[in-house]
Design a binder for this molecule. Structure first.
Ligand code: AMP
Ligand code: MG
Length: 458
């Protein structure tokens, strides 16, 4: 007996959507141990922290009471190519929990093989799981919609990767849902219209319950609005997701699947870090275009769900797709008005800033804009337009600390070798990003640092 129930499970996915998942048990880890436990988040979820602390095995092969572990089916366009069956190959949904923060998916990543694993081992290495934990929690503190990380549990196993043997780990992730563009693509590609309809109703019930359960166009508009806002926030922070495949785009509007992501140091619209993104498909300045591309894939899946003659339906969707680029532009100008302490969106000053800031540290330049010497004529123009209380506004809108690549690498290297101190210190700094911090957390990478390269972390 483990005392009173910890999690209030109420899993609607398995109830509403039969035939869309596989019931699968997570693998039993030999020696589960918390490497990171998000006690503040646990407290906000109303969890008993002592009990949580005592039971790392809940997330490593012995699920807590009420859990019903499943692997979800989904498809996805990866680097533009359609894969009809991806699915959770190394992840399990333990169920939906009802919390003071709302209904959330409680899920594991790195929790073992499933029916969707193909050749993979279903496992994850400690470094990439701590990376997702750190960056997702940093994003939350920055005010960006994101999945959250409750814990990282070391499994006690050694797994084999290209770099050699690595400690294995499992991430405990919370998400408003794991419904992806690729979830709709899965049933659309199979021509399973009844399941597509059920998924539509399920998605609306979870994210837009004020809409009618069959209002596909209404859902599309909501998803578009959320994603436009999300990508505008990413661009304001210089965040490069790195793998915006349609299976990594959530209809909730949360940032999901932190793999090869990175924040820019110097501003470079062509910034691209992922070792596998050779064409730069997912580089910084392509993210708004990929947003529209991915939403086009979502729109295609919705055609049979919208009443009316096919050409009329396609017309309605095309109107919406054409509106994405201007909506994004407006959202980005809004974000930049906040970051530049301007009274409102200003296309000319924003464009001027983007050319003046080229090659300079994005984060430090914005944070220190009031005293920034190197921006030439643009700075004089800005001084004429900025709000009178700009000093306070700049500090509230521009973080001092982001998880900079060289700091993240240093922290993960130490953690993999067993020293969590640098990780804990960086995490603490990232949790109050708008406060002032010691220079080691706010400086850009040393000028002799090699170009940062990220890996998908599988
Ligand atoms: P991701 O790059 O994490 O978005 O994953 C893309 C697809 O590959 C998903 O279907 C994952 O479940 C699958 N995948 C990634 N790593 C592994 C692994 N180690 N074992 C099995 N499947 C994996
Ligand atoms: Mg993914």
């Amino acid at each position: 007996m483990i005392g009173p129930a910890m999690f209030t499970f109420d899993t609607t996915w398995t109830r509403d959507l039969p035939g869309t998942f596989l019931r699968q048990a997570p693998f039993v880890a030999p020696a589960p141990r918390y490497v990171a436990l998000n006690r503040p988040l646990g407290a906000r979820l109303g969890l008993d922290l002592d009990q949580l602390q005592a039971h790392p095995e809940w997330f490593a092969g012995a699920p807590p009471p009420g859990a019903d572990p499943v692997a979800l089916a989904y498809a996805g366009h990866q680097f533009g190519n359609f894969s009809p069956a991806l699915g959770d190959g190394r992840a399990h949904l333990l169920g939906e929990i009802v919390t003071p923060l709302g209904r959330l998916d409680l899920a594991l990543k790195g929790s073992g093989r499933t029916g969707f694993s193909r050749g993979g081992d279903g496992k994850a290495a400690l470094g990439p799981m701590l990376r997702e934990y750190l960056i997702s929690e940093a994003m939350a503190a920055l005010g960006v919609p994101t999945t959250r990380s409750l814990a990282v549990v070391a499994t006690g196993e050694t797994i084999l990767r290209q770099e050699g043997p690595l400690p294995g780990a499992i991430l405990v992730r919370l998400a408003a849902s794991h419904i992806r563009v690729g979830s709709f693509e899965f049933f659309s590609a199979r021509g399973e219209e009844d399941k597509l309809r059920a998924l539509l109703a399920h998605t609306i019930a979870r994210h837009d319950p004020d809409l009618a359960p069959d209002d596909a166009l209404g859902l599309f508009d909501r998803v578009t609005a959320r994603q436009v806002r999300l990508i505008a926030e990413w661009m304001g922070l210089g965040f490069v997701h790195g793998v915006m495949n349609t299976d990594n785009m959530a209809l909730s509007g949360e940032t999901i699947d932190y793999g090869p992501c990175a924040f820019i140091d110097a501003y470079d619209p062509l910034a691209c870090y992922s070792s596998i993104d050779r064409q730069g498909r997912y580089r910084l300045d392509n993210q708004p275009k990929i947003l529209a591309w991915n939403l086009s894939r979502l729109a295609e899946t919705l055609i049979p769900l919208i009443p009316g003659a096919p050409d009329k339906v396609v017309g309605l969707l095309n109107e919406r797709l054409e509106a994405i680029a201007p909506a994004y532009e407006a959202a980005f100008l809004q974000v930049m008005a906040r970051k530049l302490a301007l009274p409102g969106p200003d296309a000319a000053l924003t464009a001027g800033f983007l050319s003046a800031v080229q090659g300079r540290d994005w984060t430090a330049t914005l944070r220190g804009l009031a005293e920034e010497p190197g921006l030439g004529d643009w700075h004089a123009a800005w001084q004429k337009h900025r709000l009178p209380d700009h000093a306070d506004r700049l500090c509230a809108a521009n973080p001092a600390v982001i998880p900079r690549n060289h700091l993240v690498e240093e922290a993960l290297t130490a953690a993999t070798a067993g020293d969590m101190a640098p990780f804990d210190a960086l995490l603490a700094a990232c949790q109050t990003p708008y406060a002032d911090h010691p220079a080691r957390f706010t400086q850009s990478a040393p000028p002799d640092a090699p170009r940062h390269v990220t890996f998908c972390g599988t």
